[in-house]
Design a protein around this ligand. Structure first.
Ligand SMILES: Nc1ccn([C@@H]2O[C@H](COP(=O)(O)OP(=O)(O)OP(=O)(O)O)[C@@H](O)[C@H]2O)c(=O)n1
Ligand SMILES: C[C@](O)(CO)[C@H](O)COP(=O)(O)O
Length: 382
């Protein structure tokens, strides 16, 4: 099913005040429109069209960061803006459409998905929140009666429709409807109510900005904690007949000197893990002044960093290591190195890269005085 999202952003935001229309104003470090667009991009909704005010220069420049969006010109009312967008979408052969207010930046993936799911067996669906407060009628500052709320819902967006049905409904409508459900119902379409969300507020008045900011910031806390670390190490050549590189013994006419087994690649990876956690480096955890680490196999250090990451709740997402040397040739051993490192770290080989380069005979590595290694690691905590 070809799906498009129509975000209406051509309003003037009069009730919200503040000069610039609300959808272009800052919110939680970005702009209202950015949060709204991203909510649908993250839900994987495909084509997104934004309807904006063609007479507002700011509105035109404001969408420059999104070259992938389709654009349409708004009209004097919300309903007319939607109709213009639907007409423009007609050209790209859409089967379903979600129509959403730019002014609802806190929409969550569940609300979007439940509308989409409902469209599998109904031509129209929209999120609604059952009214929970008692309702009064009033006049002259006094309550004049109470209203039965058992069948009342507060309407939200995105409102979803089979495209041809809502386009036909809008073409027949006089353009005065508050929302697209009203247009659909007037055309005789059945509209299913899907679960709304108290956080899916529409920024309407000035105080709604701080409510929306609070909602977005509390949702941001659920974004995974992603850490990036880098590591760099160097060991000089000395007497010997092999070098240890990423846990593999590679025959060579010289050895690498160091307090431990001088596995320069494993040290760089270990430091990248410590770095991602802001936990210092190998020297901090295993001081070279401590004789117990003399000649130690470097997997002790790597295992310690991996365990520390796990104890802090991190998963190692991926590791990339580059060895810099003229000799020995790393290529023939790279797969064995990946396998060994993956085994020590308990991770999938597909997330672990080991590669090598020369330094074009420049510098200490070029003069074959030693080997350098660089590593990057990402850790993720849900
Ligand atoms: N002519 C219009 C009017 C409204 N909208 C959009 O419809 C959504 C919901 O409308 P509302 O909250 O009423 O926005 P405004 O019309 O901008 O607000 P106000 O009535 O306070 O001016 C908003 O994203 C708004 O940009 C639109 O695209 N075209
Ligand atoms: C479409 C809507 O968001 C549903 O709640 C609403 O109707 C928009 O406009 P309003 O002018 O604030 O009623």
């Amino acid at each position: 099913m070809t799906l498009a999202v129509l975000i209406v952003a051509a309003g003037k935001g009069t009730r919200a005040g503040g000069g610039l229309a609300k959808q272009w104003r800052p919110l939680a470090g970005r702009r209202v429109i950015d949060w709204t667009i991203e909510a649908f991009q993250r839900a994987g909704c495909g084509t997104i069209m934004v309807v904006r005010d063609p007479d507002n220069e700011h509105a035109i420049e404001a969408l420059a960061p999104y070259p992938e969006l389709l654009l349409a010109d708004g009209g004097p009312s919300r309903s007319e803006s939607v109709r213009n967008g639907l007409i423009a979408l007609q050209e790209i052969g859409v089967e379903r459409v979600l129509i959403h207010d730019a002014a609802r930046p806190c929409v969550c993936p569940q609300v979007i998905q439940q509308v989409l799911d409902a469209l599998d067996d109904t031509p129209a669906a929209a999120p609604g929140l059952a009214v929970t407060d008692a309702l009064w009628t009033g006049a002259d500052g006094h309550v004049t009666g109470t209203q039965d709320r058992s069948a009342l819902f507060a309407a939200q967006t995105p409102q979803g429709f089979h495209f041809d049905a809502i386009l036909a409904a809008h073409m027949r409508h006089d353009g005065t409807a508050a929302d697209d459900v009203e247009v659909a119902r007037q055309a005789g379409l059945a509209v299913r109510i899907t679960p709304g969300d108290v956080n899916n507020i529409k920024i309407t008045r000035p105080e709604d900005f701080s409510r929306a900011e609070h909602i977005l910031r509390s949702t941001m806390d659920n974004i995974p904690d992603i850490r990036l670390g880098n590591g760099y190490d160097v060991h000089r050549f000395g007497p010997g007949d092999h070098v240890m590189l990423c846990g593999v013994q590679v025959p060579h006419e010289r050895g690498l000197q160091g307090h431990s087994d001088a596995d320069v690649g494993m040290h760089a990876v270990t430091d990248a893990l410590y770095g991602a956690m802001a936990e210092g480096d190998i020297g901090h955890h295993f001081p070279p002044s401590d004789p117990q680490w003399k000649g130690a196999a470097s997997d002790i250090f790597l295992r310690h960093a991996v365990e520390l990451a796990r104890s802090k709740g991190f998963t190692i997402n991926n590791v990339d290591c580059t060895l810099v040397c003229e000799y020995p040739k790393v290529g023939p051993h790279a797969e064995a190195m990946r396998a060994r490192m993956a085994e020590i770290m308990g991770m999938d080989m597909g997330r672990l890269s080991i590669k090598a380069t020369t330094s074009e005979r420049l510098g200490f590595t070029g003069r074959k005085e030693g080997i350098a290694a660089l590593a990057t690691a990402t850790l993720v905590r849900a």
